[in-house]
Design a protein around this ligand. Structure first.
Ligand SMILES: [Zn+2]
Length: 416
């Protein structure tokens, strides 16, 4: 069976030019004695926005792996696929993020809900699960309510899983089930009930991405109650270990954190939890690699800086349409966005400092960062003018990409 490694780290590379620079960070971490498998992920939506094909992600990853002589595991994730979008990813992915968030809250057949509740009497009562902060108290009404809310989504996951397995063969894929792109977080007891239902559907999932408590805005730090997050994260780990034993789910099943990138304040919490429990982790972060490209171009000056400034000017003019698809995952205070004239007078290092995610830096501007993060379509529109500048400034851009992943993500998450 194709088994996902204990630690895996999902990276995005919107324009397929940074796989090598990203992989270098994994090599540096391996030198520190920590093996983390890179997983290159790109969703159907992202491919549509950029106008790219899923095969390009595999090709870029494979070229980087060969060039750098990476002999450990690596994967390509068909990110947030559904039944209607998965087929174009089939030949070039071995990791499938099965997104069933759209089916949450839609009713499953009443008979199916009743059968689930009747089959799972073990879920009712005061459940003492090793490692949870307090015993979980679950009533039959709770099981009914959670089943009514999630059973259809779980059945959908089963359908998509079987569709993938029919094409690729069971044992040849890594399956993740994601429920993060929804309004309400899933509590640890809900996660347990969902895992029981996924086991019933025979989905051999190796990772599950719940929605956690708090705000996971794109490209900026976590906003929420850290104490509550820590409690829920630890309880989720305990629930997963329990579900593996109780329901025969894959032994390496682990949490997947779809971070929306750069949830720095969660890293120490996650690191402590992994050290304490020996659990694995999949984390998707550094989807901001394209911002590191912009930072590199700004630092490079000349045509690179000019294009970065142009992209800002355009994004400011089109702020409404650019932000609309991400309304629930960005918080931009428009009064904090500098004018085009101001940014056009900035030096390369000034623009770089506004963007680079160093929160303590006096010139860092989280509003500029969020706006530009969702503005990658503008760079896509610039086409080869953009990608040729990436090639011309490869060294300075690659340095930003590698440093960001290694220094700001990997070290705090895995080393401390
Ligand atoms: Zn996600």
């Amino acid at each position: 069976m194709l088994m996902l490694e204990r630690f895996s780290f999902g990276v995005g590379d919107r324009f397929a030019h940074q796989a090598k620079a990203q992989l270098r960070a994994f090599q540096m971490l391996a030198k520190d004695g920590i093996d983390v498998a890179p997983v290159w992920n790109k969703s159907n939506r992202e491919h549509t926005f950029i106008g790219s094909e899923p095969q390009s992600v595999f090709d870029a990853a494979q070229a980087a792996v060969k060039e750098l002589g990476w002999s450990k595991g690596w994967h390509v994730d068909a990110d947030h696929i559904r039944l209607e979008t998965v087929d174009r990813f089939m030949s070039c992915s071995d990791f499938f993020t099965i997104d069933v968030a759209d089916s949450i809250g839609k009713p499953a057949a009443a008979a199916d809900v009743a059968a689930f509740v009747a089959r799972h009497t073990e879920l009712v009562g005061t459940l003492s699960i090793a490692g949870v902060s307090a015993p979980l108290t679950v009533t039959q009404a709770d099981v009914e309510r959670v089943a009514a809310k999630y059973l259809l989504a779980v059945q959908d996951a089963g359908k998509i899983y079987r569709h993938i397995v029919a094409a690729k063969g069971e044992g040849n894929i890594i399956a993740e089930v994601s429920m993060d792109e929804t309004d309400a977080p899933q509590t640890p007891p809900e996660l347990l009930i969902i895992l029981a239902a996924l086991a019933d559907e025979n989905v051999k999932l190796q990772t599950i991405a719940p929605k956690f408590t708090g705000r996971f805005n794109k490209g900026v730090d976590y906003v929420g109650d850290l104490v509550q997050f820590e409690k829920e994260f630890n309880d989720d780990l305990a629930v997963i270990a329990h579900a593996v034993r109780q329901y025969g789910l894959p032994a390496n099943l682990k949490l997947s954190v779809h971070s929306g990138s750069d949830k720095f304040s969660l890293y120490p919490i996650i690191r402590r939890a992994l050290a304490r429990t020996g659990a694995g982790l999949h984390v998707k972060t550094a989807g901001t690699t394209w911002l590191e490209e912009l930072i590199g171009l700004a630092e490079a000056g000349g045509d690179g800086l000019a294009l970065a400034q142009e992209i800002y000017a355009y994004s400011l003019e089109h702020v409404d349409e650019l932000c609309a698809p991400y309304a629930s995952v960005i918080d931009i205070d428009r009064s904090k966005l500098p004018t085009t004239a101001t940014v056009n007078h900035w030096t390369g290092p000034q623009l770089a400092s506004a963007l680079r995610h160093i929160q303590s830096h006096p010139e860092f501007n989280a509003h500029v960062r969020q706006l530009l993060h969702v503005s990658f379509k503008i760079a896509a529109k610039a086409g080869t003018r953009y990608t040729n500048l990436l090639k011309a400034n490869e060294a300075i851009v690659a340095k930003q990409v590698t440093e960001n992943i290694y220094e700001r993500h990997m070290r705090p998450l895995f080393i401390g």
